[in-house]
Design a protein. Structure first.
Lengths: 877, 415
């Protein structure tokens, strides 16, 4: 293997005019680009020596073809020096700090020595010298007589963007340059510059480097016309003015005209470097669009740095819509056949695998697990076709390479943007499938934050053996079941997985052998173990038993499920909601499986299996559990319809009464307020007190109505089952659908804005009642009244705006955090350091524990260990 | 048996421990001890020198004393604990910074934007959620809602009246809080009528007020009972009106910046919550428990109590903010951020004016924000980019020196 070339370091500095000339391949003197025949003009902006962009031609300097030749710089000799806009402010500071005659720093020897020593000391320990240099500037500006030559200093004013005025007299760039030239190297160092790489006079341009054509390629339009790059346009301007300036000066034009042209040249040089300088009108294209010049190319999100250099484009990637497939393992990804045939893995042919490789080549590109290309020893790449496949099979020998199509079992990286955490990219195993979408098990949606409403995801095929090893060992789904954020599971059952197991394990549901085996058909369990009971000589198993079959042996766990009502005295196994979960030696003895058992972010059972057994065991459990759940939920059937929101008549009248009462109460409050009888709460005005009390009253009414409704809706109601199991939705959602939507709010207050003194013209001015301020009495099922509908839209809009603002804000927060911390690494001595070796922490997290390997932040789960060994729970002794 | 236990626990073997075990070996009733429950003393001595963090040892001690294991069980428990601890250690080369940043940034997307919420004290508004998190990370000089929680010395904490009196003393008192002011244009005078209830409550007399106003404005003040008449130095209407404003602005009593104080009872003690923050001044009051009083202004903590305190304040503030939103984030991630921010000795911002702007690498800085300026600056100073960080190596297209990129595989061929 060839050793990679390594870039050791990058030095920054200014180009001196000599250097510009030295690296230039030609002087550019004509502003024209191509002649009438379409050939580039010599010494013009498209000079063939500057590099090639047209296919088929060769570079006149290096002989390279387009793509090989990096391009070569040219230069323009400026007729008069101009200021480099990026340094305009610094030039002013230097002019003020140095003598106008002898060019030396305006500090006496003593002060100079002091600062020099300070700078030297700071540099030695690798600290920033910025503050000292700031002091140097500050103190030298104050001195009005040069301590070296006795010259009296004049006041220099800087007028943005590029004019310097010395007591009414304008300093031309050439004057400025003359002064900067005089500054001795010693003094330059004290101004914070490195004299060997950046002499101050180099900040004034005398020779302008012309970027190679490869950096400003022209495009040929359909009409055959050439359209030049923005930079070329700008260079044309510079050359034109430069020529005019020269001609005028040689012709002895009046000073006024010369100065005007000089200014114009300055303008063009300025906009060439930066077209967004304040105080300078931006140079525009003929269409009126501002030109994108050098600074604009580098800046910003789509600029060179963030867009092109930090954001790399890759081959061997695919992107398409995702859809769910619960029959896949959680670490699999279904890949459309069309994509699998396009994406390849390079195999090195060895004596060991030559047989296999020959088979791929024989199959060719058209029959699926085949090979698309063959690479000979001499590096020639040959496309495998029907015609040449047999021929290639014969020729194949160790040392050749083939590009094999993706097939089942290959590892690929799967990713969904925004990639907010490392679980946004995980390694899956390929499963080639028909149709055109990527398929994934819905249980891996939480880490990707994916759903199937049209989401697209990306797929990358690692190309080297090291990359594949890393993908398998570190990036695999199995290795990322636990989140490093809090040390708990982030992958787990969602929606139907939870509902399914909830229905299956709740109470005692009995299944005969047929049903039991049918439920477990997709899980890797065949032995049903002992049945719970016999009836008519037929064995029956409970739902809990069936679930127990997928639990690993030796798992012991006791916890309270989501349905737990926190009774004063826990009835334990006699719990009427079946919320006391006991798992002993891998058997679910009592309790119901719900979100707290297998859910993503909170699955306790899953968490214990991963930590006490292994991630592989956890993965197996999750695969089995989700499949069992899906089969269970299809076995029972699960649906939700409009009649599930029906409420009996008597409950409805109760609810109506509560609403009436609440409205009356609100009216009473308003009357008390108007009569001035309302007492303000501490720290609140009377108006605020009234608002708070009304809100409280209406909130209470909604809750009461909801309670009445939920009394009539039992667990046989699908929405209730989903809410109590934690699969989806809440009781609040259900009450909003069936009984009352409740108060609409903007910024936590009732809706107040709108017309003068009222929210809508439907109400009287000054009406403070419930309906006038956005209380929605109706339910979603009965439908909203027009005014209610409008208020609901107002409340809903706030939510939308909130999300929009939040995403941008938190995105920026994340970018800053990443940028600040990305270089930190745990060293072999256990310290956390940045790239400079600066110690940030002596021991990571004060105890050296990796949160992703911890148990919710704790390194040792003392309670579990003691319980497992002694059989006693220390918390309950 | 003992030997076996020793070898298993050898991960955390220390010189002292092996000596302990040697001694135990010589005692005759070893076997007996293994089968019966061990005494708390022997638990203590066994746990003392384990290579575990103190918090874990504490917890072990507490739990073991409750459970009373046998000698064999104890050995087993200790061995399992040490193993669990070793297993949970971070691996070298782990990119902990990126993980920390992601762990804090990712839940940010799930946070609410609502600026004002009521936490703890219903009467005081506090910035919470994403805006508060951004505020902490930004290292703002003054948070948008500064708040203090003043805990009191026992004597004050139990007595509501004393606590209240202390509160009145701390709260900033202006003239409008304790009386009404009117301008007598004809006589060119300002007349202040003090409210008796309010003045006595805040323990301030008319004479004191008169003196204070006189000292601040140099105007002539006469106090007659509860009535103050003020004659301005300048006899002009403008002067008079300006004087009115000046008087309104005078802090007569209490700490400037503490706009409101609310007393709450928390677990048998009275606690003062303040709107506005002035840690240094408040700590000087007699009755304030300076070790338990805190503010949410991190920069103030850094100034008054030092950088270590500020670091802890960042950790606790960020943890509280996240917890309040119901988001679980490991404290180690936040500690790392807090340490990064405070490592230089002052609280730095996460962003271009702080941590990110002070990086050694030119390319890394240029890739973050204000690209062009960083490049120009680097050229002037003749800076060198050593290409040691992540961003720089991504830019030049080289493997990064972090995680798996920081180790190399070498194969030594057999001769």
């Amino acid at each position: 293997m060839t050793k990679l070339k390594k870039i050791g370091k990058i030095k920054f500095g200014l180009l001196s005019p000599q250097e510009v000339r030295k690296m230039s391949v030609t002087k550019i003197i004509t502003a024209d680009t191509y002649d009438n025949d379409g050939f580039p003009i010599e010494m013009g902006l498209m000079d063939p020596r500057l590099g090639v962009i047209d296919p088929g031609l060769r570079c006149r300097t290096c002989g390279g073809r387009p793509g090989e030749c990096p391009g070569h710089f040219g230069h323009i000799e400026l007729a008069a020096p101009v200021i480099h806009i990026g340094f305009a402010k610094l030039i002013k500071k230097i002019l003020q700090a140095t003598c106008r005659k002898c060019g030396r720093l305006l500090l006496d020897e003593e002060a100079k020595k002091k600062y020099q020593d300070e700078i030297k000391g700071l540099k030695k320990i690798g600290r920033s010298t910025n503050n000292v240099i700031k002091d140097v500037f500050k103190n030298s500006v104050k001195i009005s007589v040069c301590p070296h030559c006795g010259e009296e200093q004049k006041n220099i004013k800087f007028e943005k963007p590029t004019t310097y005025i010395e007591e009414g007299h304008k300093l031309m760039p050439s004057d400025v340059r003359d002064r900067l030239e005089c500054i001795p190297d010693d003094d330059v160092e004290m101004l914070g510059m490195d004299a060997s790489k950046a002499r101050p006079e180099w900040m004034i341009l005398t020779a302008l480097p012309v970027p190679p054509v490869t950096a400003r390629p022209s495009i040929t339009l359909e009409s055959g016309q050439r359209s030049e790059d923005d930079l070329t346009h700008k260079l044309v301007d510079i050359i034109r003015i430069n020529q005019r300036f020269q001609e005028n000066r040689e012709a002895g034009a009046p000073q006024l005209i010369i100065e005007d042209l000089w200014e114009l040249l300055q303008y063009h040089a300025t906009t060439f470097l930066d077209n967004e300088v304040s105080g300078v009108p931006p140079a525009r294209h003929r269409s009126g669009r501002p030109l994108k010049t050098l600074s604009q190319r580098l800046k910003g999100k789509e600029g060179r740095f963030r867009g092109s250099l930090s954001g790399k484009r890759v081959n061997f990637s695919a992107r398409t819509v995702i859809s769910p497939d619960p029959n896949l393992d959680i670490d699999e990804v279904g890949i459309p056949l069309e994509i699998a045939r396009e994406m390849t893995i390079t195999m090195n042919i060895t004596p060991q695998n030559i047989k296999e490789c020959k088979e791929y080549v024989r199959r060719g590109a058209d029959r699926h697990p085949g090979a698309n290309y063959v690479k000979r020893l001499d590096g020639q790449r040959i496309k495998v076709t029907d015609k040449n496949s047999e021929e290639l099979v014969e020729a194949l020998e160790p040392g050749w390479k083939i590009d094999r199509q993706l097939k089942d079992g290959d590892v690929v990286l799967f990713n969904r943007q925004p990639s907010l955490h490392r679980m946004s990219i995980m390694a899956h195993k390929v499963k080639v499938m028909p149709n055109k979408t990527f398929r994934l098990n819905p249980a891996v949606c939480p880490p990707y934050n994916a759903d199937f409403d049209g989401d697209e995801m990306n797929l990358h095929v690692p190309q080297t053996e090291e990359a594949r090893a890393e993908a398998r060992i570190l990036i695999a789904v199995e290795e990322n079941l636990l989140s490093p954020r809090f040390g708990g599971p982030i992958i787990g059952g969602i929606h139907d997985h939870i509902t399914g197991l909830f229905i299956l394990t709740r109470g005692t549901t009995l299944f005969d052998e047929n049903d039991a085996l049918e439920l477990l058909r997709k899980s890797h369990v065949r032995d049903l173990k002992k049945p719970a009971m016999h009836e008519n000589d037929k064995p029956y198993w409970t739902g809990k038993q069936i679930f127990s079959l997928i639990l690993p042996k030796g798992l012991n766990l006791t916890y309270r499920a989501k349905a737990c009502e926190n009774c004063d005295v826990c009835k334990k196994s006699e719990c009427k909601t079946d919320a006391y979960v006991v798992i002993k030696d891998g058997k679910l003895l009592c309790g119901t499986i719900d979100e707290k058992a297998i859910g993503a972010f909170s699955g306790g059972v899953l968490d214990r299996i991963i930590k006490e057994f292994s991630p592989a065991e956890g993965k197996k459990f999750l695969d089995n559990a989700t499949r069992l759940a899906i089969r269970a939920i299809t076995h029972f059937g699960f649906s939700f319809g409009i009649d599930d929101e029906d409420i009996p008549q008597e409950a409805q009248s109760q609810i109506d009464e509560i609403m009436m009462e609440a409205e009356k109460q609100v009216k009473r409050l308003i009357e008390a307020y108007k009569a001035g009888e309302l007492d303000a709460l501490p720290g609140r005005t009377i108006d605020e007190t009234l608002e708070m009390k009304i809100m409280e009253e209406l909130g209470k009414a909604r809750d009461q109505a909801g309670n009445i409704a939920s009394q009539h809706l039992g667990l046989e109601n699908s929405a209730v089952a989903m809410a109590t199991s934690g699969a989806r939705g809440s009781m609040l959602n259900l009450t909003q659908m069936s009984t009352c939507v409740g108060q609409q709010s903007v910024r936590g207050e009732r809706i107040t804005r709108g017309y003068d003194g009222r929210t809508l013209p439907h109400f009287k001015k000054g009406d403070l009642g419930a309906a006038a301020k956005g209380f929605v009495k109706s339910s979603y099922k009965t439908g909203l009244r027009p005014t209610e509908f409008f208020f609901h839209a107002i409340g809903g809009r706030e939510g939308l705006v909130d999300t929009a603002v939040r995403t941008s804000q938190s995105g920026y927060l994340q970018r800053r955090l990443i940028n600040a911390l990305l270089d930190l690494e745990v060293k072999y001595d256990g310290t956390v350091r940045d790239t400079r070796g600066l110690i940030v922490q002596f021991k990571y997290g004060e105890d050296g524990i990796d949160p992703s390997k911890s148990d919710y932040g704790k390194s040792v789960n003392v309670r579990r260990i003691i319980q497992n060994i002694t059989g006693q729970d220390p918390a309950e002794v | 048996m003992v030997k076996k236990g020793n070898s298993k626990a050898s991960v955390g073997k220390t010189a002292k421990k092996s000596k302990d075990i040697k001694r135990a070996k010589t005692t005759k009733n070893v076997k007996k001890e293994m089968a019966s429950a061990v005494t708390p003393q022997s638990i203590d001595s066994k746990l003392k020198d384990l290579p575990l963090p103190p918090s874990i040892i504490e917890e072990l001690k507490e739990c073991l004393n409750k459970v009373k294991p046998t000698g064999a069980q104890l050995e087993h428990i200790i061995q399992m604990s040490v193993e669990a601890y070793e297993r949970a250690k971070v691996e070298p080369c782990e990119a902990v910074g990126i993980v920390a940043a992601q762990s804090i940034g990712e839940p940010g997307t799930q946070m609410t934007m609502r600026t004002f919420h009521y936490a703890g004290v219903a009467e005081i508004n506090v910035t919470l959620g994403l805006p508060r998190l951004i505020e902490i990370v930004d290292a703002r000089k003054i948070p948008s809602t500064p708040i203090m929680r003043i805990k009191l010395e026992p004597e004050y904490a139990r007595d509501r009246d004393k606590a209240r009196a202390l509160g009145w003393g701390i709260e900033q008192t202006n003239i409008i809080d304790i009386g009404s002011m009117s301008v007598d244009m004809a006589k060119m005078q300002i007349v202040i009528e003090l409210d008796e209830k309010m003045t006595s409550r805040r323990n301030i007399t008319a004479e004191e007020i008169a003196q204070k106003i006189n000292a601040e404005t140099k105007a002539e003040v006469q106090a007659e009972g509860l009535k103050l008449t003020i004659n301005p130095v300048q006899h002009s209407y403008r002067g008079l009106l300006r004087l009115v404003n000046d008087i309104k602005g005078i802090t007569l009593k209490g700490v400037k910046g503490i706009r409101r104080i609310i007393i709450r009872k928390e677990n048998d003690e009275y606690v003062l919550y303040t709107e506005g923050s002035a840690l240094k001044k408040v700590l000087q009051f007699v009755g304030v428990d300076s070790s338990r009083t805190k503010t949410n202004n991190i920069n103030e903590i850094a100034d008054v109590l030092g950088i270590e305190a500020a670091r802890n304040a960042i950790v606790s503030e960020a943890m509280d903010t996240l917890r309040e939103q119901g988001l679980e984030v490991d404290i180690r991630h936040i500690m790392l951020v807090a340490d990064m921010v405070t490592a230089g000795g002052s609280v730095k911002q996460i962003g271009r004016h702080g941590v990110a702007g002070e990086k050694a690498s030119v390319l890394s800085r240029a890739a973050f924000e204000v690209t062009v300026n960083h490049l120009l600056d680097a050229s002037i100073k003749g800076q060198v980019d050593e290409l040691s960080g992540v961003t720089e190596n991504v830019i030049v297209g080289q493997p990064i020196q972090l995680g798996t990129g920081d180790v190399e595989l070498m194969y030594k061929a057999k001769e």
